[in-house]
Design a protein around this ligand. Structure first.
Ligand SMILES: NC(=O)c1ccc[n+]([C@@H]2O[C@H](COP(=O)([O-])OP(=O)(O)OC[C@H]3O[C@@H](n4cnc5c(N)ncnc54)[C@H](O)[C@@H]3O)[C@@H](O)[C@H]2O)c1
Length: 400
């Protein structure tokens, strides 16, 4: 484990539930966080992991160890690339929190290192393992919605309270990005599932261009003035990132995806999760399904009526581990299923459910959206991180 703060401590807790995985070492320069994670291992009855807390670069000693097969990197964004690259060069598989990296060059660096070392570099996009996202994937694979033409994805979550973190914690490092960037800073949660429904970066289609615009940046400036005390470092910043970032992605086949981001205004939480095909649509938050032939026009299925759809189309992963995953907690169970898949695929030497190219494309929306906003909404081209190899990568099947 590299980084055991808010997110990393969830990974520690969930891995500790698994009899076939062991945390042998943890690196985090924040000693209280490292100690808390160490205590969590002891409480779970697991062997004591080695701790590396001697500054920002002590993770390198963790990477020197022979008892580390894979690392989970849950650190602030700027560390994802150096730590992921160092891990793969040391022969470890790298599982990196979202987004994979935050500049186009750093994303390329992770892709190229994964190719050169033959190590996995998977972004830990947990939302692809959400119950309704898995259900949607299965409905798409069973062609219930016909040919897919359009998707909608978002990360809309009021996180202004994080601005109160000063010395340590998520807001202590995330907040400043809102003061020197303007675009979609966190695109992958909504986008990852939609991209897999559409088979992007697998076989036929891939991301082509993106055009982005931002609303005025008012929310964080107001919040800082009204909620933070005089002298608070985040009261001194001028926030530039538009409250709502809206992008439209076009794929090479001409399909479209709306991607939005807002962590700055009071709004109901949503990842949107909408997929539209020629024969029907699933719209998330709350989940509603309209399919031609499943009732009259202007009829859709929602609420308890979805039980019938779930009975037929629930994803096998959720059927197998949904109950255990919900009991484990972590975003309703998605975190546990994701980590189980990682461990199971490693043990079986199977490919991961998400390729490095997918993680790269979903992450690059961030720097491309910034570039598009800065250029007045001009379309920006997606790199083909796979350099054409996506044509040989089969669509993700319904794994069980
Ligand atoms: N997938 C999800 O649902 C989800 C949810 C929250 C956060 N995240 C991601 O997880 C990552 C961490 O976010 P967080 O909210 O846990 O932040 P956090 O600030 O709570 O935790 C980050 C931890 O990394 C440690 N750290 C900093 N520099 C380090 C270094 N050089 N080496 C080792 N450890 C270092 C910090 O001391 C801290 O304990 C981010 O990439 C974020 O985007 C993902």
């Amino acid at each position: 484990m590299i980084g055991v703060g808010d997110r990393g401590s969830t990974h520690v807790r969930l891995i500790n539930r698994m009899p076939d995985a062991e945390i042998t070492a943890m690196a985090d320069p924040h000693v209280p966080a490292a100690r808390r994670a160490e205590d969590a291992c002891a409480r779970a009855g697991k062997p004591k992991p080695a701790l590396f807390t001697d500054g920002d670069h002590d993770y390198r000693r963790l990477l020197d160890r022979d008892d580390v097969d894979a690392v989970i990197i849950s650190t602030p964004w700027r560390w994802h690339e150096p730590q992921g690259v160092a891990a793969m060069r040391a022969g470890k598989h790298a599982f990196i929190e979202v987004p994979l990296a935050i500049t186009v060059d750093d994303i390329w660096s992770l892709v190229e290192t994964s190719e050169a070392t033959g190590r996995h570099c998977m972004m830990l996009e947990n939302v692809n393992y959400g119950r309704d996202e898995l259900l949607t994937l299965n409905l798409c694979r069973q062609h219930v919605f016909g040919e897919l033409t359009h998707g909608e994805a978002s990360y809309i979550h009021d996180l202004r309270f994080q601005m109160k973190d000063v010395d340590w914690g998520t807001g202590s490092w995330r907040t400043a990005y809102h003061a020197h960037t303007n675009g979609n800073l966190y695109p992958t949660h909504g986008l990852g599932p939609v991209a897999q429904y559409m088979n992007l970066d697998r076989t036929d289609d891939r991301f082509d261009t993106i055009t982005s615009m931002s609303s005025p940046a008012l929310g964080r400036n107001r919040y800082a003035r009204e909620q933070l005390p005089e002298g608070h470092p985040y009261r001194q910043l001028a926030y530039t990132c538009g409250d709502m970032s809206t992008s439209i992605v076009r794929t090479q086949l001409g399909r479209t995806i709306l991607v939005q981001y807002d962590t700055t205004t009071p709004r109901p939480y949503t990842r949107h999760n909408l997929i539209q095909g020629t024969r029907g649509c699933l719209a998330g938050f709350p989940t509603r399904i309209a399919v031609e032939g499943w009732g009259d026009t202007h009829h859709w299925i929602e609420g308890d009526a979805l039980d019938e759809v779930r009975a037929k189309y629930e994803h096998p992963l959720w059927r197998r581990m949904g109950r255990e995953a919900e009991a484990a907690g972590g975003h309703g169970g998605m975190d546990f299923i994701m980590l189980r898949r990682v461990v199971e695929c490693l043990k079986a030497a199977d490919p991961m459910d998400q390729t490095v190219y997918e993680g790269a494309s979903w992450s690059v929306v961030r720097p491309l959206s910034e570039a598009s906003v800065a250029a007045g909404g001009k379309p920006m081209a997606f790199p083909d991180f796979s350099r054409g190899r996506y044509r040989q990568i089969a669509p993700l099947g319904i794994v069980s």
